[in-house]
Ligand binder design. Structure first.
Ligand SMILES: [Zn+2]
Length: 232
């Protein structure tokens, strides 16, 4: 993708996340790496995801400095370049304070395997030791697709925004189950989880979910519609 396409996809991600109730407060940031360069596109801090317009998507270098922009950026942006430096396979990152994601993060542990979709994150989730920018990216191992920041929120990542954004709404769904299902409910057996992981890989679920996010966004989350801060 060229720069215009990357910037548009970053905007699509903001609106798609908003359509899932994940971007109706200030805070949260998404990014898309510019292939082959130490640059990435991200969103300005002073708009919600649902309000974002193309001019609110700005370019940063790997020191976190804006390139030709004076828009405010989250002071917590640094883990994006931290992840990009450590993980050449990662092309896009999503971080929100979604209500259920944040509730689950307070446990400070990975999601329980309570549903097929939770298996996306099984053995692929890091727990950040604290809120410090410097400690978040090094908490990952190669292949992880999520980082939980205790009492704060979560990060999802993937080779492109298709995976990073679709994993984020999937994480939100699994986190809602995790928080609400009682502690004594049996977990999915390990061999069953591995079978499900194989089936999901064949199902093209993340691409289909990304397409759904864009359809939902196109129906109303165009920068003017305000959705509840906490999804019903
Ligand atoms: Zn945050």
């Amino acid at each position: 993708m060229n720069d215009d396409e990357l910037r548009q996809q970053a905007l699509d991600a903001c609106h798609g996340l908003a359509a899932y109730g994940l971007g109706s407060g200030i805070g949260g940031h998404i990014s898309l790496r510019v292939p082959g360069k130490e640059l990435y596109w991200t969103n300005a801090l002073d708009r919600t995801f649902e309000e974002m317009r193309l001019e609110d998507i700005v370019l940063l270098d790997f020191d976190g400095n804006p390139v030709k922009s004076d828009r405010p950026i989250s002071p917590g942006i640094g883990f994006h370049q931290g992840i990009y430096k450590l993980r050449p396979d990662v092309g896009a990152i999503v971080h929100t304070h979604g209500y259920w994601i944040t509730a689950q993060s307070a446990y400070g542990r990975p999601l329980r395997n309570l549903h097929n979709l939770a298996t996306y994150f099984h053995n692929a989730t890091a727990i950040a030791p604290d809120d410090e920018i410097e400690s978040i990216a090094p908490a990952m191992k190669q292949g992880d697709n999520a980082i939980i920041i205790p009492w704060h929120g979560a990060i999802t990542m993937g080779p492109s925004m298709v995976e990073a954004a679709a994993l984020h709404v999937t994480f939100d769904y699994a986190a809602r189950l995790d928080v609400q299902v009682p502690a004594d409910v049996p977990l999915m057996p390990e061999d069953h989880a591995r079978t499900i992981q194989g089936l999901l890989a064949k199902a093209n679920y993340l691409k289909l979910t990304w397409d759904l996010m864009k359809r939902k966004a196109a129906r109303g989350h165009n920068g003017e519609v305000v959705v509840p801060q906490v999804a019903a």
